[in-house]
Design a binder for this molecule. Sequence first.
Ligand SMILES: [Zn+2]
Length: 321
Amino acid sequence: MTEARQPGIINVRGEPADGQIMNLHFSNSETIFNIHTDGIPYLSVDLLDRLGVPNLYSTRFLSYEAEHGRGTQGLRVVVMNGEDLEEAAPVVFGNRDRLARQMGASIRQECVTDQMHTNHVYLVRPEDLGPILRQDKPKERRSVDGVITDLPGAVLTAFGGDCPPVYLADPVRRAIGLVHAGWRGTLGRIPAVAIQRMREEFGSAAEDLYAAIGPGICQECYEMGEEVREQFADQWGEPAAERIFRRFPAFAKDGSEIPGGKFHLDLMEANRMTLLAAGVRPERIAVSNVCTKCNADVFYSYRAHRMENEQAAMLVNRWDL
Ligand SMILES: [Zn+2]
């Protein structure tokens, strides 16, 4: 069952019962995501759905009964540091395969990277496809945060729990890209690096691309040090830094207000600016209106609960329309 997202706050909810309630708060009433509650629940980007490109962003939920308004949490898609590999690996592979199958794909076609907060983008080769753990770090995919492919059926997977994924789809060349855009990757304009690689490898034209900035942390939740703003000002210029950083009230440990507050970064707007500057048409860019930290009861959020687990963002190079 697919439910179109309702404007405002709630998608699927019910009376508190045995299970957990999926209570999603959106920052505006635009239809950016569709919610799927059959099997493992996930969000998909409406813009990409309408293009016929299978895509998803998982949640904390293993299952959800929309009718009864409750579900079971505890979905694991990555092995965290300190976890027992032999116990955890089959669980995360099994969950990712179920997610892939819900899009008519398979984990046997999956490519993941180690995601070290770089702006490096990797061209997937046929021999790369297959389930691995991020910890496995095959040497070609070390220090890589973005992947591109034109291999039919390939599944690109990125993980995050506050850092948004950026999905790229080129219906003309039938190629896709997926990047992990934390603040360092965003500073390094990783979506533009991926678009440039797609141009070089597949002949993709930016004006043919569709792009979606997936769920991630919102500006209000994303306090940054002054030195991060300085890096953006140095590399992007002061006007850009002015646009993507804003001061919010902040308080010291003793409860006293810090004069001038603290800077907060708008990762969504920063990545949108990068996509626009790379030549993507504004009407072909979807920007997430759901924050992983504001919705920490639905998503794993690094800022909310450190490293419990993460979400999987997946994009399949298949064109169903
Ligand atoms: Zn937030």
